[in-house]
Design a binder for this molecule. Structure first.
Ligand SMILES: [Zn+2]
Length: 653
């Protein structure tokens, strides 16, 4: 049966933060899992543009609101691309298909007698774009926006008869216990319904930015009434009957816990009024906090998901958010914890397993492994884990599903330790046993990688390629491929480490300049810098002989700096944390020179730094700049020296 999956659409008054990304990543895991199961899936997300906040933001920037929204759409899409979100459709509420759906639904509701004229007087939180009742306010402020004063407004509005639908919605909840997950959210909404519902305002008077009510053109549809209809609009309501018949009702709306009320009370009532079937399920996920605090731009606790994705690539972030947060509950992100999980799950565990298996297959079997047994205990562990994974995915316990895949990885690592293939290899009589062990390890990796396809898609595809899978990932199917198979030879491909440990990544790589012809290579100057991403930035176009114009060089701001403090970075062999004076300010720089210098040797030294590098986090420390050192082939780095009497901040060129 076709499955229509949506996330909430996002306000475009600011870029997505890590919490927004969390929703899209987890929805993407579900969408990819459905496709892996062979279910025809339509995964939809989009932007919510008819907000007064968006209008204000555009005016502030001197832009036409639509031009502003166009620009934000590009930014949002770029973030989603970077996080490997595989949406099939992206709706914007300024699109004609959405406008048609909103006007049709509003008209049908009006014709049904559910929309009437009245006066609204009360509190309004501009940031929520929501009317607030006295009881919703905490100390006369909106609970979610304690720094803003709600506005008291009085205006002629159109109202929707929400109260009329209370009993039907209650009955729907009773008849469909799965309608709202996870369970605690359901209880909240039931209490709300039991307390009774008041009619809600569905229009705003005297505003230009929005969709006019078809029966009262000088009023625009209130942004929440407008926004909810996006799901039906994307499915083809009012514009494409055949499409709508195929995809509606939605199989699952994924939304934040703060807006489940809109999706399980207002939205069902609107659909009932318009004579449309209700979505099958709404899942209210929790929040991702930053170091225990609610993520908020104004509080400075917001994390840009692209900063995180650029640290180790998108897949480690996807794994962290899926596996470390119980889906439905709140979770926490800190850079330290993120780095720790990266090292534990990916560098030391899965990545190491893939490397060891390929190395042993190459060394002992010329990279060809053949089944030579029934898989034994490892096959049983894998089958049980697949069963747990399947059950967990069914109830959207995404964290348990990811953990089940890692149980196979753990078991395979233990199996290598127990069977000690290097010992088996010493004795010709254990050749068959060695073949069986190698095949079993490779097969365990394959099964784990299939299970992880929805979570870490590009890494799983690479792992599958390395363990002999020749079909493209889109052709794999859960029923067939996510089970133990002892069927024929596998050719193993060795490759670079998938996830080098974070301290290994942080160690300095040397970007050697081409030595001028005739000069000895050891005399070549070199620039060293710590890297935070596996892919070096694309070099700017240079002439065929590798020379660059002076303008390119002048972009690099080299300055003299004085070392004020120096200390070793714990748990790192290479890194030293420096506090330096650059004339106008003091800043922290992490340098990979610990093998060549003791911290106390550095204090007081005059060094040269690159002052205009983007900050990078190394072992959890933000480094603002880079120290210049010469790095001879195979030798230790040597700091570039200048006259110690030069004032800090002097430009070097
Ligand atoms: Zn608010």
């Amino acid at each position: 049966m076709p499955f229509f999956l949506t996330t909430a659409i996002d306000y475009v008054n600011s870029r997505p933060h890590l919490g927004t990304a969390y929703e899209k990543i987890t929805a993407d895991v579900i969408a990819r899992h459905c496709r892996l199961c062979g279910i025809e899936t339509y995964f939809m997300m989009g932007n919510d543009e008819h907000s007064q906040n968006v209008y204000k933001k555009a005016v502030e920037q001197g832009l036409d609101p639509l031009a502003y929204c166009d620009q934000m759409e590009r930014e949002f899409r770029a973030v989603w691309r970077e996080l490997d979100i595989s949406f099939d459709d992206f709706i914007r509420t300024t699109e004609p298909r959405h406008r048609a759906a909103v006007q049709t639904l509003a008209q049908r509701s009006y014709d049904a007698g559910d929309i009437y004229e009245g006066i609204y007087e009360g509190w309004y939180c501009v940031s929520c774009e929501a009317f607030k009742q006295e009881k919703d306010l905490v100390g006369s402020r909106c609970e979610l926006h304690p720094t803003l004063t709600p506005e008291w407004i009085r205006e002629k509005n159109y109202f929707f008869r929400l109260s009329k639908y209370r009993d039907r919605i209650l009955r729907h909840f009773e008849a469909h216990p799965e309608f709202l997950e996870p369970h605690p959210r359901r209880n909240e909404i039931l209490r709300l319904l039991e307390a009774g519902l008041e009619d809600i305002s569905v229009s705003r008077a005297g505003q230009l930015w929005g969709i006019p009510l078809p029966f009262a053109q000088d009023n625009v549809v209130y942004v929440w009434f407008d926004a909810l209809i996006n799901y039906a609009a994307a499915a083809g309501y009012a514009t494409d009957e055949a499409k709508f018949a195929k995809w509606w009702p939605a199989g699952l709306h994924i939304v934040g816990k703060d807006i489940t009320r809109f999706h399980t009370v207002f939205w069902p009532a609107m659909l009932m009024s318009a004579g449309l079937p209700l979505p099958k399920q709404v899942f209210g996920h929790g929040w991702v906090n930053y170091g225990g605090q609610r993520m908020s731009k104004s509080l400075g606790t917001s994390v840009d998901p692209t900063d995180v994705a650029r640290r180790f690539g998108p897949d480690p972030l996807r794994l962290y958010l899926t596996k470390e947060i119980s889906y439905g509950g709140d979770g926490d992100f800190t850079w330290e914890r993120y780095e720790e999980r990266y090292n534990v799950d990916l560098a030391n565990n899965l990545g190491n397993l893939v490397s060891r298996a390929a190395a042993m297959a190459e060394k002992y079997r010329d990279s060809h492994v053949m089944p030579a047994g029934d898989g034994g205990r490892l096959a049983q562990v894998a089958d049980a884990a697949v069963g747990r994974y399947r059950a967990a995915m069914k109830s959207y316990a995404l964290h348990e599903a990811a953990a089940a895949a890692f149980q196979i990885v753990d078991a395979a690592n233990e199996y290598i330790a127990e069977t000690a293939p290097w010992t088996l290899a010493r004795n010709a009589s254990s050749a068959d046993r060695l073949s069986a062990v190698l095949f079993d390890v490779v097969e365990a990796i394959r099964v784990a990688a299939v299970l992880l396809m929805p979570v870490i898609p590009s890494s799983s595809a690479e792992i599958l390629r390395r363990v002999g899978e020749r079909r493209p990932p889109s052709e794999l199917r859960f029923d067939h491929d996510a089970r133990w198979r002892a069927d024929g030879e596998r050719q193993i491909i060795k490759g670079a480490a998938l996830w080098p440990r974070s301290d290994e990544r942080a160690k300095e790589i040397t970007v050697e300049e081409k030595p001028p012809s005739g000069a000895s290579p050891s005399a070549a100057p070199a620039i060293t810098r710590p890297v935070e991403t596996p892919t070096p930035a694309a070099p700017s176009p240079a002439s065929p002989d590798g020379r660059i114009p002076i303008d390119d060089f002048m972009k690099v701001e080299l300055r003299v700096a004085k070392v004020l403090e120096a200390e070793a970075v714990p748990k790192s062999k290479k890194l030293i944390k420096l506090k330096v004076d650059v004339g106008t300010e003091q800043r922290t720089i992490v340098a990979g020179i610990a093998e060549a210098y003791q911290p106390e040797q550095l204090v007081g030294r005059t060094i040269v730094i690159v002052a205009n590098l983007k900050p990078a986090k190394l072992m959890g420390i933000e480094s603002n700049g880079m120290v210049l050192a010469a790095s001879p082939e195979g030798g230790l780095p040597s700091l570039v020296a200048v006259d110690p009497n030069l004032p800090a901040g002097s430009r070097v060129r």
